[in-house]
Design a protein around this ligand. Structure first.
Ligand code: ZN
Ligand code: ZN
Length: 272
């Protein structure tokens, strides 16, 4: 599914001869996104990467970005249009110069614009639920949540949200032991629904994805930096600040077809 020219491997393998390809990756457009002034259309991932690349060449954060096609100055990227509403990503967030928004924040934010592929298997999500590992405390969860929410909201002060989520997870743990007759799958679903509802007001359209990311982090049992390395390696990204000692050869990472969010559950629903 990797194109010969090495372009974006996250893309569906569909139509090779798209009449309106993305001007940046030349592939079929994934997640339609428009620049707000000229309305040129790109993949969200491509145009965000473009603006980040442009931003990295500025001394201070830029307040606009030139369209790579027509050079018009644009102030934001419009995406997620579903017929009635859309989301807007502003260029002038000055993320380059704000102290809290690190390279790691940037990478986490970017993760929300792509399909991560099959990380659930790699990070043992099923075994996390089946072997009741969710009953254990995760000592890195607070810090991970803080960074994650900061990355997604692009706000520094997220303590209220973080404590809210931690409270919800604690209460899930407390209640869970009382319901030993409920299947593992139902517990997993209940957990995800609970957290999704808790973050909904803050993360809106990103809530579902956030819950999946949270599950991946918890299931991995890894410290934050180890989790990052596994994640980045899986995506095949090169982020020297995060994965420095693991700069390996140019081997192309294995990319699974993107089937996120589908957890294939074992037939024998156990409750050991
Ligand atoms: Zn593209
Ligand atoms: Zn344009």
């Amino acid at each position: 599914m990797m194109a010969e020219d090495g372009r974006n491997m996250m893309e569906p393998k569909s139509s090779s001869s798209d009449p309106n390809p993305c001007p940046i990756c030349l592939g079929p457009i994934t997640q339609d996104s428009y620049l707000d002034q000229c309305f040129h259309k790109f993949c969200f991932n491509c145009i965000v990467r473009w603006t980040n690349t442009v931003a990295s060449k500025h001394f201070c954060g830029p307040t606009s970005v030139k369209c790579p096609l027509c050079k018009t100055e644009n102030l934001s990227i419009i995406y997620g249009y579903d017929g009635s509403s859309f989301q807007q990503h502003y260029i002038n967030r000055d993320l380059r110069i704000s102290e809290f928004f690190s390279e790691a924040h940037r990478y986490r934010l970017k993760c929300y614009y792509i399909e991560p592929g099959n990380l659930a298997d790699k990070l043992n999500v099923l075994s996390y639920w089946k072997s009741h590992k969710y009953r254990q405390q995760n000592h890195w969860l607070h810090d991970w949540l803080r960074r994650e929410i900061q990355a997604v909201t692009q706000e520094e002060d997220v303590d209220v949200i973080v404590h809210h989520i931690l409270g919800v997870i604690d209460s899930f743990r407390r209640d869970e032991v009382k319901h030993s007759n409920i299947s593992t799958e139902m517990k997993q679903e209940a957990f995800k629904l609970l957290v999704s509802q808790a973050v909904g007001p803050f993360l809106t359209g990103r809530s579902g994805r956030f819950v999946n990311e949270l599950e991946l982090f918890l299931a991995s049992g890894l410290k934050i930096d180890a989790f990052d390395k596994v994640y980045i390696k899986h995506l095949g990204w090169k982020i020297p600040e995060i994965s420095k000692e693991e700069e390996e050869s140019d081997e192309t990472p294995e990319h699974e077809p993107a089937v996120p969010y589908l957890y294939i559950l074992d037939q024998d629903s156990d409750d050991n």
